[in-house]
Design a protein around this ligand. Structure first.
Ligand code: PAF
Length: 271
C-alpha cells in the first residue's frame, strides 16, 4: 500500500500487526535497499518503507535536483520484498511550514569527516530521521553500514534523546567487482566506474598507507578524505584501537562516492 499523507500513514500504521520495522530511503532503490528490507522482514512482523528525497540534507551546490527518481521501480521492489506500507510524502507533507527552524544537532561527530565536507548534512539527516521515526512509530529501524557515519550518528541520537527504537545496521552490499551499491552509481560513466573501483580496493588493503597508494594511482579521483577511526568512539584510531573503521570519500567526475569497512587492526583483516 502506498500512502502519501500523514493521515493515510497513521491509518495504515494502525492496521499493521505486531512489531513494526522501518526502512528509510531516498528512493532510487537497489539491492542494498532490498537487503535492508529483508532484514526488516526477518526482524519484525510488519515493514514500512519510506521514500523521500530530503532537501534538508543537501548543500546548495549538491545534487538535490538531479538525484535519481525511479518511483515506479522503487514500489515494485517494495512489493517484491513484501513491504506492507510505502510512505512517500511530498516536501510539503514532511515540512508543512517550510524548512523547520528547529533541527536536531548532530554534535561534534557531525562536523567531522563527511560533515566537514558537507556542512549541515547530518543535522538534515537526523532531523528527517527523527521526524520519520515519530510518524512511523517503529520498534526497529534498519540502516545500511555503507553510510557508516550516518548510522553511528543515528544510534547516538536514539540513545542520547531516548527515542525508544532499536537501530539495526546491515552490512554493505557490493557489486561482484567490489563497488559498494549506491543510488549515485547511476551517474557513473563506464570509465568513471572503473576509477571508482579504487575506493573499495583501497579500503580492502586494511592499511591507510597502502590505501592511499591505491587511490593515488587513479589521477581522476579527487579524494576528500581517507581516515581510520575507532569503530566504537569514531575518534582517530590510536595504538589502543582494536577494531577500526576505514572510511573514504572521493569525487569522480561530478559524482561523489563514499565507502567504509571495518578493520581488525591486529591482523589488518577487513570485516
Ligand atoms: O540514507 C539515506 O538514504 C538517507 O540519508 C535517509 C536515512 C533516508 C534520510 O533521508
Amino acid at each position: 500500500m502506498i500512502v502519501r499523507s500523514r493521515s493515510e500513514l497513521a491509518a495504515a500504521r494502525r492496521t499493521l500487526p505486531g512489531t513494526v520495522a522501518v526502512v528509510m530511503t531516498m528512493g532510487a532503490l537497489h539491492e542494498g535497499h532490498a537487503a535492508l528490507m529483508r532484514v526488516a522482514r526477518e526482524r519484525a512482523d510488519s515493514v514500512i518503507a519510506t521514500v523521500f528525497v530530503n532537501p534538508l540534507q543537501f548543500g546548495p551546490s549538491e545534487d538535490l535536483n538531479r538525484y535519481p527518481r525511479t518511483f515506479d521501480a522503487d514500489v515494485a521492489m517494495c512489493e517484491r520484498e513484501a513491504v506492507d506500507v510505502v510512505f512517500a510524502p511530498d516536501v510539503d507533507v514532511m515540512y508543512p511550514g517550510g524548512e523547520p527552524s528547529i533541527r536536531i544537532s548532530a554534535g561534534p561527530l557531525g562536523d567531522r569527516l563527511e560533515g566537514a565536507h558537507r556542512p549541515g548534512h547530518f543535522d538534515g539527516v537526523l532531523t528527517v530521521v527523527a521526524k520519520l521515526l515519530h510518524l512511523t512509530r517503529p520498534d526497529i529501524a534498519v540502516f545500511g553500514e555503507k553510510d557508516g557515519q550516518q548510522l553511528a550518528l543515528i544510534k547516538r541520537m536514539v540513545r542520547d534523546l531516548d527515542f525508544g527504537v532499536e537501530i539495526v545496521g546491515v552490512p554493505t552490499v557490493r557489486d561482484p567487482d567490489g563497488l559498494a551499491m549506491s543510488s549515485r552509481n547511476a551517474y557513473l560513466s563506464a570509465a568513471e566506474r572503473e576509477s571508482a573501483l579504487a575506493l573499495s580496493r583501497a579500503l580492502h588493503t586494511g592499511d591507510v598507507a597502502a590505501a592511499r597508494a591505491v587511490l593515488d594511482a587513479k589521477p581522476d579521483l579527487v579524494v576528500d578524505y581517507l581516515a581510520l577511526v575507532d569503530d566504537e568512539t569514531w575518534e582517530d584510531a590510536s595504538d589502543a584501537t582494536a577494531i577500526g573503521r576505514m572510511l573514504v570519500a572521493a569525487r569522480v567526475g561530478r559524482t561523489r562516492l563514499i565507502d567504509n569497512v571495518q578493520v581488525h587492526l591486529g591482523t589488518r583483516d577487513v570485516g
